[in-house]
Structures are given as structure tokens and as C-alpha cells.
Ligand binder design. Structure first.
Ligand code: UTP
Length: 302
């Protein structure tokens, strides 16, 4: 079985849920404290053994490419000022992986964005991460999927259970639990997927298992996406392509162990910032004290 070396990150969407912040700034560059969302996802890939990141970008997304490039002038300035730690942190960003970008000329949907990476991926399996879905877990999110891929040899989607009544907001997977031997210490989180529906209408969801922006896919997905017609919202939906992949080649899901933040949603973004700020050794204590004061004040004001 070929090793998964590459990850595709579609970052070409317009980010309309986050206007006006995203009028001139890619939403994937919005900072989680002082680290852009997209960098946290790249770090997850690198910690999972991925060597190459393929960004699917669009007009106005140049800041993402600049962020992962060297910045000679900034490095020279930090060097002159003797700021060794800042300099090392800056250099580490561009050295983490190989970075490649391809363009999606029009935002024709996530499935189309993945298809744009076809030549850059080639004939090998690859991971896909959505720019605005953040995941904190151990093992890292992508590594959890890779384990299932290596044992089952089919595509894998990352899943988490969502609260009753929220199924219509997600791609939902139905199927049967299987014990793939990879999780001796917990009841099996692996699912053999038999059904996938993008944003099912109320009462029609096959389960509460939602796809959460992490995938490992075989290269066969490209030919499938090419013949997938536009679906919901007149966009080529990745979930529709995955449903065909599931029928023709099989597909697994893994209920991921860890915490997920939808950083493309306003409340999800604020919670992601708070979570990461509280964990920091430099500002965690101050943020905790300040947040507790604010909460007490807001309770008292009710
Ligand atoms: P979203 O639907 O969350 O992104 O897609 P969006 O369209 O930017 O968001 P809103 O709803 O307008 O706020 C998930 C990911 O897929 C990328 C986005 O950049 C995001 O990271 N995407 C989406 C593309 O690359 N191309 C597309 O055509 C659509």
C-alpha cells in the first residue's frame, strides 16, 4: 500500500460567514491567538507524517502562500535585533513541509476544489483537511485517519457525533461498527460506511455521525469527482463524490477522539481562540482570570 505523503487543503472559499473580516483577509489566516488557523492544520499534518501540503487557493488568498514562504527581510530584522527565538519560530514555518499551490478559478464547491489538486497529487492516496475545521487530539486528527486507512485499505472520513437536531448542518454517515483491531483500549470507533448524505433534511439522517473536515482518499476519487454533477447549492459536493466512492470502492469512517472547533463559524472561532489561549503558558493564567471576571459580570447583569 502506498504511503500517504500529501495533504490537500482547499482554502479557495469566499468565507462569507465571516464578513467583514474576510473582505480582504483569507478566513484561514484569522489568528487563533497569534497562529493562523491554517498553520494549526499544517502542524497537525506534519505531526501525522505528511510531507507535502497542496493548497487549493484563489484570487485574494496570496497571504496564505506568503505565510508559508521564507521572509528574508523580516528574518534579517529579527537577526539584527537578536530576537533568536522569534527568528527560529519564523524559519520553522517554511521548513515544516513542502508547500505547493494550485488555483481554483471559480468557487464551484469543495468537490471541485479537491479535483483542482489532481495533477499535484498524482496517482497516490492523500489526506484532505478543511481550512476552517480545527481539531485537537492525541494522536493528531490526520494520524487517527491514517491508522484506519492502513488497516482497511479504503478511503476514510473523520466523524464526530453531533447533538440531536443538528444533523441537517453536516454531511452525515450511516453504517456499521467494525472492530479493525486498531483500538485495543477503547470500543471500536471504526465504521464501515454504507450511506452518506450532505445536509439531510430533518428526520432523514441515517445517524448523528457528522463528517468533520478530515479525509484520507484514494486517487480513484478524482475520476469520480470529474463525473459528479453539481448538487446542493449548484456546487460539486465532495460528499456526493464520496457516496460514489463508497459504493464502488468502499469507505470507512472513524469516530475521532479529540475536540473539534468549527472556526469558520463566529462562535466556534471565539471558542477555538479561548481554548488555545487557556492552554498557553505565557497568557493562560491572565486569560482565565479575565474570562472568569467577564462571565461573573455577565451573569450578574442578567
Ligand atoms: P466552506 O463552505 O466552509 O467555505 O468550505 P466558504 O465557502 O469559504 O464559507 P462561507 O460559507 O462562505 O463562510 C470549507 C472549506 O472549503 C474551501 C473553503 O475555503 C473552506 O476552507 N472551499 C470551499 C474551496 O476551496 N472551494 C470552494 O469552492 C468551496
Amino acid at each position: 500500500m502506498k504511503k500517504v505523503r500529501k495533504a490537500v487543503m482547499p482554502v479557495a472559499g469566499m468565507g462569507t460567514r465571516f464578513l467583514p473580516a474576510t473582505k480582504a483577509i483569507p478566513k484561514e489566516m484569522l489568528p487563533i491567538v497569534d497562529v493562523p488557523t491554517v498553520q494549526l492544520n499544517v502542524e497537525e499534518c506534519v505531526a501525522s507524517g505528511i510531507e507535502e501540503i497542496i493548497f487549493v487557493t484563489a484570487r485574494g488568498k496570496g497571504a496564505i502562500e506568503d505565510h508559508f514562504d521564507r521572509a528574508a527581510d523580516l528574518e534579517a530584522l529579527l537577526e539584527r535585533k537578536g530576537r533568536k527565538e522569534d527568528l527560529a519560530a519564523l524559519r520553522r514555518i517554511s521548513a515544516m513541509a513542502r508547500f505547493v499551490s494550485v488555483r481554483q478559478g471559480e468557487p464551484r464547491g469543495l468537490g471541485h476544489a479537491v479535483l483542482c489538486a489532481r495533477d499535484a497529487v498524482g496517482d497516490e492516496p492523500f489526506a484532505v483537511l478543511l481550512g476552517d475545521d480545527l481539531f485537537v487530539g492525541q494522536p493528531p486528527g490526520v494520524a487517527q485517519l491514517l491508522g484506519v486507512y492502513e488497516r482497511q485499505g479504503v478511503g476514510v472520513v473523520g466523524l464526530q457525533e453531533v447533538p440531536v437536531g443538528q444533523e441537517h448542518l453536516y454531511g452525515i454517515a450511516g453504517g456499521e461498527r467494525i472492530d479493525d483491531g486498531g483500538f485495543p483500549s477503547r470500543s471500536s470507533p471504526t465504521l464501515r460506511v454504507s450511506k452518506l448524505i450532505e445536509k439531510p433534511a430533518h428526520g432523514t439522517a441515517p445517524s448523528r455521525m457528522a463528517i468533520i473536515g478530515r479525509y484520507v482518499l484514494p486517487p480513484e476519487i478524482f475520476a469520480i469527482l470529474e463525473r459528479t454533477p453539481p448538487g446542493r447549492g449548484d456546487e460539486i459536493q465532495l460528499t456526493d463524490g464520496l457516496a460514489t466512492l463508497c459504493a464502488e470502492h468502499g469507505l470507512c469512517g472513524i469516530e475521532m477522539a479529540g475536540r473539534r472547533f468549527d472556526a469558520g463559524d463566529r462562535a466556534g472561532y471565539v471558542l477555538a481562540v479561548l481554548y488555545h489561549a487557556l492552554k498557553r503558558t505565557d497568557i493562560g493564567a491572565d486569560v482565565r482570570a479575565g474570562a472568569e471576571r467577564l462571565l461573573a459580570e455577565s451573569r450578574a447583569a442578567k
